[in-house]
Design a protein around this ligand. Sequence first.
Ligand code: GLP
Length: 247
Amino acid sequence: MLVLVKSDYEELSRTGAQIIAELVRKKPNSVLGFATGSTPLGLYRELIRLHRNEGLDFSKVTTFNLDEYVSLPPEHDQSYHYFMRENLFKHINVDRRFVYLPMGMAQDVAAHCDWYEEQIEKCGGIDLQILGIGANGHIAFNEPGSSLGSRTRIKTLTGTTREANARFFKKSEEVPKYAITMGVGTIMDARSLLLVASGEGKAGAMQATIEGPITAMVPATIVQMHRRATIILDREAASKLTGIYTD
Ligand code: GLP
């Protein structure tokens, strides 16, 4: 596990984007796993800049997103479909035919989850999966207690996650109760992982993730078992680490 502590959010975002850009240049038909949440936004902005100013080409890239709220249609402004379209996809030359996100409106959720797993496999697996982290240590919507071997499925969101995400909705009651999420096992199958964490609110979760014992109660701790995982933190998110890490 490579742990990089950067001086601020901008540097964290630039470093993360460089890792992705390097992969896309080396393998133009890379399969990228994208994440939502506020943390990867800086990284997406930097990817957009690299596309515009340096011609970073996404036309052959395939993308899989981690998760989506159940019951939100793709056009809902809090859906992750909308988030990805607005914050990344419409600004780069990704081919919409190669973009995959779980469908929150799926009629048969279990069948849809199986289909999603099959698509990842058909595309040859994910080369690099970007991850944020919840303050409770969740990755994607794998809440504490999620099986560390889990696959794409429906999960009930915890009260703390719904509260944390309520800031984006008009009323807290509007936050969906369920989400479709790649499983912890699905995430671990990616050939490489890039986890980004920023701010003091993530310091406890990052201390547990990097220095704590592996436990399903902090799903992100499983990243310790991955052979090619990079974690980039800013100083605030790293403030509870006791080890010495590179910058
Ligand atoms: C949501 C997403 C996660 C994300 C988390 C943290 O719950 N499902 O993938 O990591 O939010 O979001 P933020 O980066 O806004 O703190």
